[in-house]
Design a protein around this ligand. Structure first.
Ligand SMILES: NC(=O)c1ccc[n+]([C@@H]2O[C@H](COP(=O)([O-])OP(=O)(O)OC[C@H]3O[C@@H](n4cnc5c(N)ncnc54)[C@H](O)[C@@H]3O)[C@@H](O)[C@H]2O)c1
Ligand SMILES: [Fe+2]
Length: 382
């Protein structure tokens, strides 16, 4: 390996990881002088027993707790404004995001908005808006309840425009959580289809980060171990979950979130338009696109694929064997093989190719991806 660029590695937030870790939240808040947290979650998680227990435990310890859960499946700007209003009106002093990637993104965007009151999309990283994130942000804690996006340790939030549905990215190192409580017990009852889709998102992060263009041994090492952990545990977590498989998935997902600061690639660019245009869940869109995108990447990168195959403990150390493994894994965990099973129609393919070409993820793909390539990949996957 030749090192001809200057690399940057941003270590994640402090992470308290393990079964029961979320029970430490109360002590942590009290130790840090926090008395009036806003819990940001989604409408489903807000009704789950563990959320009620966490909120109840904080109240028992004389903390004042408000829960904000009125968010969309693909969160929009008005969700963030409504959460910020509650933060103000109820005089909060901190934000605790508890949920999947969607809830954690809204929590992170509220954290930004508290002391940055220009239009939210002025801070869009894709138009250089990160330079306007100059003020302090409130104390921010994350507690993931899916094992997928890795958003708990991330520094960005994906929020859509209410009208156009266009996805905007808010980014700043200031938006990293001060601490993550990663408690696999909170994922024990995650339904099989969500476990499968979010788990494949995590696997995609590790695979794409490992292959992404910039050489980055720290991220690559993390990604390979993430791939290994997920391959050992995802099927079990979907079909017959136990604490061990849920823990390995949560760790693999967290590792994907760390590794993908190196970049993502063609698969995420195939997936994003499926969510924008057809509201397909992010993880499911990645899962279906993954074997096709990886096959596209093989030639010229055989050595990298051979290391991926080793991490997956395959007997044949080739890119083709990796692609076969991924298609097979999808089928074992009941993920459809084709885009038509997600509601995609033939007439969508050209628009999808336009959107994918404009997407931010593929410039880091190991190989250049042209509009023609996206069109071909969507056709293959259709
Ligand atoms: N910030 C980032 O870097 C980043 C990266 C990728 C994706 N995202 C965003 O993350 C979102 C996807 O996140 P996700 O895959 O975690 O899905 P999600 O947050 O949409 O959650 C999926 C479903 O699972 C439910 N759920 C969550 N935890 C549960 C639990 N413990 N038990 C039962 N049900 C539970 C939720 O209510 C929801 O219905 C998308 O909005 C996407 O844009 C962000
Ligand atoms: Fe993702």
């Amino acid at each position: 390996m030749t090192f001809n660029t200057i690399l940057q590695f941003n270590f994640p937030a402090t992470v308290r990881f393990g079964p029961g870790a979320s029970k430490e939240l109360g002590d942590y808040l009290i130790t840090h002088g926090i008395r009036r947290p806003l819990i940001v979650t989604d409408p489903v998680v807000s009704q789950l027993e563990f959320l009620k227990q966490i909120a109840g435990d904080l109240k028992k310890r004389n903390l004042s707790v408000e829960v904000f859960s009125a968010i969309h499946k693909n969160p929009v700007k008005s969700d963030v404004y409504a959460g910020t209003d509650l933060y103000d009106d109820a005089e909060r002093d901190s934000v605790i995001g508890i949920g999947g990637g969607a809830a954690l993104d809204v929590a992170r965007a509220i954290v930004l908005r508290i002391n940055h009151r220009e239009d939210l999309f002025k801070y869009d990283d894709l138009i250089g808006g990160d330079v306007f994130v100059t003020n302090d942000v409130p104390h921010f804690v994350t507690i993931p309840t899916t094992s997928g996006t890795g958003s708990e340790i991330g520094r960005s939030a994906i929020i859509s425009d209410d009208n156009t549905r266009q996805k905007r990215i808010l980014f700043s190192p200031k938006l990293m959580a001060r601490i993550v409580f990663a408690d696999p017990l909170l994922t024990m009852d995650l339904p099989p289809p969500i476990t499968a889709a979010t788990g494949m998102d995590a696997l995609t992060h590790n695979l794409e980060a490992y292959l992404a263009r910039t050489p980055h041994p720290l991220c690559e090492g993390i990604a390979l171990e993430g791939i290994s952990l997920i391959s050992q545990s995802l099927e079990k977590a979907v079909k017959n979950p136990d604490v061990a498989s849920r823990s390995m998935m949560m760790m693999g997902s967290l590792m994907g979130g760390v590794a993908f600061q190196k970049g993502l690639g063609v698969v995420h660019s195939l997936a994003h338009p499926l969510s924008t245009l057809l509201d397909v869940h992010h993880g499911l869109a990645n899962a279906v696109s993954l074997p096709y995108g990886m096959e596209f990447n093989i030639s010229g990168f055989e050595q990298q694929f051979s290391r991926i195959a080793r991490a997956l403990e395959l007997t044949t150390l080739s890119g083709e064997a990796v692609v076969r493994y991924l298609a097979n894994l999808n089928s074992r965990i009941s993920i459809p093989a084709r885009l038509r099973d997600l509601g995609v129609k033939e007439e969508h393919l050209e628009t999808l190719a336009d959107l994918a070409e404009a997407d931010f993820a593929h410039p880091n793909n190991p190989k250049a991806v042209r509009r023609e390539d996206f069109r071909m990949l969507y056709k293959q996957a259709y």
